[in-house]
Design a protein around this ligand. Structure first.
Ligand SMILES: [Mn+2]
Length: 567
């Protein structure tokens, strides 16, 4: 039988050093060591992220050029256009740019991407800004490859500053300035910012410049309150939650939890999140981001941006309720496609990657479906919506299978592709779908090896139930916020007995696990159908969490995998 889990390797000397140096439990130190932390200094910075540790934007290509242009716009009182792509990173990035421009006293025209124009900064959008007499346009999370629109702006004397993090094509850009850390000449130390993070850095740099010049507008420009937006966009965009992103998201979640922004307070309310202080990356990913994305997925993301910028509670409440309705509609569409996709996936069970597509699959939800398929089958997944002979799709990956690199290898079958290593968008003529599938699956087979279709679960450590007490759970919580590239630690707990099991809600399983005299609570969400029954001997893989009930804090294991063992 194949092994069920594999323990991540850790340097034991580093682990001992961290435990002794920082007064941490052995288990915590081991997890940190396995994630590459060897010095106590770096581990301390990781465990206590602070805004003062953000590195200044040294080496960010075109930053000075962008600042000069924005400061000139301020001095001349020019009209500025702000454009945002349709997803959370796009609308939060755009919201930050709007707030920056307004703080500078500029007149701002705002637009966001529509599905009808294929998303991104389209020639229609360029024409609209030109017609509105904007002298300068800022694009958030798009623009890097939108040559036609950039060229049109340039012809008409409109300067465009691109604020983006998508793959940079070769050749000269028509943008006036392009802030994109994937440029070859960009030497900023951190390459993982989402577009909203780049927008934040730009705003902060404009403030520094204006204050350095003794300009009063500099004092009006305060980037700190934008951090909630940065947290939303960064978490939703699946960029690595390490280094600068970790600092921005940690601070941003605190800002978000204050629910000071009317739009986000209203959104949290319709999402059933009454206690702002509890907002973590899970709530952002599963409650807030889907509602913000719903507008863009169904066609027009403008309402999401309007919500973020809403100045009063009444407007915010109305827009949040609109987004909630759209999200419900999106969910219905998605559920139908999901059941069709799962049937489709079974047909390719032996392949190390999934490529699916069908007529009638809404192109606005294929990304979510790809992500969920990847999760369920633990393979890279590409899902296309087919329409009029063309397919538009979305790809998600795992296990170090880099989409930028691998899609480039399959590009002969694609009419368009772009994105980053973990998520990408792509398009092809429908007739190329089988050939693309073949190429992509072959690439996955090369990467994963011929018979590694199902990799064992990688865990951070093996522990006894006794070790997983409250102190331990609290220590692991210091590694939050969890997300991309900073996964919540998974722990294997072998040889426990299910003392009792109980189905709660419609589909969840609550367990009391025992190991000798040690007893602990566990919860397995969505696993009611896997009830092992009282007295079963189990190996369990899960994550520790702290359950707060009536003011009492208790450790709890959130189960990912339950495996019966022979007794
Ligand atoms: Mn993005």
């Amino acid at each position: 039988m194949a092994e069920a889990w594999r323990v991540r390797a850790a340097d034991e000397d580093s682990a001992r050093g961290l435990a002794a140096g920082l007064g941490l439990r052995k288990l915590t130190a081991r997890i940190l060591a396995a994630r590459g932390f060897s010095s106590p200094e770096r581990a301390t910075r990781f465990l206590s992220p602070r805004l003062s540790h953000l590195r200044p934007p040294v080496g960010m290509a075109d930053l000075d050029r962008a600042i000069d242009r924005i400061v000139n716009a301020q001095k001349r009182g020019e009209k500025v256009g702000v454009f945002g792509d349709y997803d959370v990173d796009g609308v939060t990035g755009a919201a930050i740019l709007v707030l920056m421009a307004r703080a500078l006293g500029l007149d701002v025209a705002v637009r966001t991407a529509r599905r009808a124009s294929g998303y991104g900064f389209s020639p229609d959008d360029a024409a609209a800004f030109i017609a509105e007499k904007c002298a300068l346009v800022l694009t958030a999370d798009c623009g890097t490859g939108d040559d036609e629109s950039l060229a049109e702006c340039r012809r008409r004397g409109v300067d465009v500053i691109v604020i983006d993090h998508h793959h940079v094509p070769v050749g000269e850009s028509r943008a006036f300035a392009m802030l994109n850390c994937h440029r070859e000449d960009d030497t900023f130390a951190f390459k993982g910012l989402a577009s909203c993070g780049v927008a934040f850095y730009l705003g902060a740099a404009v403030r520094t410049r204006l204050r350095g010049e003794g300009h009063p507008a500099g004092d009006k420009l305060d980037p700190r309150p934008w951090l909630d937006l940065v947290a939303l966009g960064t978490v939703a965009d699946l960029v690595p939650l390490l280094d600068e992103n970790r600092i921005l998201v940690a601070a941003g979640l605190r800002e978000l939890g204050s629910l000071r922004r009317p739009g986000l307070a209203a959104l949290a309310k319709v999402a059933g999140l009454v206690n702002g202080g509890q907002l973590g990356t899970t709530e952002v990913s599963f409650r807030l981001a889907p509602r913000l994305n719903a507008a863009g997925r169904l066609g027009d993301s403008q309402r999401a941006l309007d919500l973020l910028l809403a100045g009063d509670e009444a407007t915010a409440t109305r827009l949040a309720s609109d987004l909630d309705d759209m999200n419900r509609e999106r969910q219905q569409i998605q559920e139908r496609i999901w059941s069709e996709a799962v049937m489709g996936a079974e047909a390719f069970d032996a392949d190390p990657a999934l490529v699916l597509g069908a007529e009638g699959w809404h192109q606005g939800v294929v990304g979510v479906i790809a992500a969920e398929l990847g999760e369920k089958y633990r393979k890279p997944a590409v899902v296309f919506g087919l329409r009029e002979g063309q397919g538009r799709g979305s790809a998600r990956t795992l296990g170090g299978f880099d989409l930028c690199r691998e899609l480039a290898r399959c590009r002969e079958h694609l009419s368009l592709y772009g994105g980053h290593s973990m998520a990408a968008g792509l398009a092809l003529p429908e007739k190329n779908l089988p050939a693309f599938r073949e190429a992509f699956v072959t690439a996955a087979r090369d990467h994963f090896g011929a018979n590694a279709a199902k990799a064992p679960v990688e865990v951070d450590a093996v522990a006894s139930l006794e070790e997983l007490d409250l102190v331990q759970a609290e220590e692991i919580l210091r590694m939050a916020p969890f997300g991309s590239a900073n996964r919540e630690p998974l722990i294997a707990v072998p040889g426990v007995v299910a003392r009792s099991t109980r189905v709660v809600g419609s589909s969840h399983l609550q367990l009391t696990l025992a190991e000798g005299a040690v007893v602990s609570d566990a919860i397995a969400f969505g696993m009611a159908d896997k009830d092992p029954g009282q007295g079963a001997r189990l190996d369990v893989i899960g994550a520790t969490e702290v359950d707060e009930f009536r003011g009492q804090r208790k450790p709890r294991l959130r189960v990912h995998h339950l495996m019966r063992t022979a007794s």
